[in-house]
Design a binder for this molecule. Structure first.
Ligand code: AVI
Length: 325
């Protein structure tokens, strides 16, 4: 690990996350009897732009609702979590949501964690300019793998902030593993402030992932453009369409790319056959009941402390403390 002092109150540690083997992962996903790709591949620059646009869509209530909860309850959240200590944000992106809490929480240090090195540095610099009173220690790492933050003293209290219902994009077993490694990171006296999307009327969920402007469809189809560019593929984007639906039994929105014809596609020199109507599963977005999520967190080593929801019970921001070991 290399740590550099970027600005007087901004440090940067590169924990050198190994780059994903895009071609291999894509080819392996397409070889499966039920073709599937990882949603992590959505986020090329165009995918990031489209996701930002999704967050502002009228049907996509998640971002707006979570921002509303954090804004309305910032003081109550700060009283519950306590001030000081290290505030660690997983997948910090543009650090937009944490800004709503920083004034109230006054952490001793804010630790944005992200895999995208340049984006992390740019966002950290912008935050440092806006909050000259704040110590920032950015860490470039892949939090979906077991992680540690060796530059933080063992004695410092640690709270992980994981907003955005990003946990919903992990399969439940992987979500539990991730929370287990968070529990290890914040032991012995820390906690986890996490935002997750709640189970609700399927019509609301279906609308959120099938917006009338078609931005989610573009976001989904952009994955094929990425594969064409990065894995020498010849997907014809006019021959696939976006599909998203709530799978009630699994408690998740599923996004797929559906082949409109029987066709062949070449990816990295290998030919893949598609039946008419066959899909590639591109994302799952799990929705939880509060108790259901508490059980998941408990199994990972956390105890529920307090939660904040919006008036319509669309979204939940929950604080958990780490269980005594
Ligand atoms: C990033 N993640 C929480 C989003 C979600 O709602 O699962 C990704 C997304 N996919 C389609 N719309 C938004």
């Amino acid at each position: 690990m290399r740590t550099e002092l970027v600005e007087p109150r901004l440090r940067f540690s590169d924990l050198k996350p190994p780059p994903a083997d895009f071609r291999r992962e894509v080819v392996e996903g397409l070889r499966r009897p039920r073709k599937a790709l990882s949603p992590k591949f959505f986020y090329d620059p165009e995918g990031c732009r489209l996701f930002e646009a999704i967050c502002d869509l009228p049907e996509y209530y998640l971002t707006r609702t979570e921002v509303g909860i954090l804004t309305e309850h910032a003081d109550s959240i700060a009283r519950t979590l306590g001030q000081g200590g290290a505030l660690i944000e997983l997948g910090s992106g543009n650090s937009r949501k944490v800004r709503l809490l920083l004034e109230a929480l006054k952490p001793a240090v804010y630790v944005p964690v992200d895999i995208a090195r340049e984006h992390l540095l740019t966002a950290s610099r912008a935050l440092a300019a806006d909050c000259p009173w704040l110590d920032i220690h950015a860490a470039c790492l892949d939090y979906s793998q077991r992680f540690a933050l060796p530059f933080l003293p063992d004695t410092q209290r640690k709270i992980v902030f994981f907003p955005g219902s990003s946990i919903g994009n992990f399969e439940p077993a992987a979500a539990e593993n991730l929370l287990r490694s968070v529990a290890q990171c914040v032991q012995p006296d820390g906690g986890l402030l996490i935002g997750f999307d709640l189970k609700k009327d399927a019509a609301i969920l279906n609308a959120a992932y099938n917006d009338s402007a078609g931005v989610t469809a573009q976001f989904n189809l952009n994955l094929l453009r990425c594969i064409n560019a990065r894995a020498a593929a010849n997907f014809d984007l006019d021959r696939f369409h976006h599909q998203a639906f709530y799978n009630e039994r699994q408690g998740r929105i599923e996004m797929h790319l559906c082949s409109e014809y029987r066709q062949q596609v070449i990816v990295a020199g290998e030919t893949f056959n598609f039946l008419d109507g066959e899909t590639i599963h591109t994302e799952s977005s799990y929705k939880y009941g509060i108790e259901e999520f508490q059980t998941l967190a408990h199994n990972a080593g956390f105890e529920p402390d307090r939660c904040w929801c919006d008036r319509d019970s669309l979204f939940c921001v929950h604080y958990f403390t780490v269980s005594a070991s």
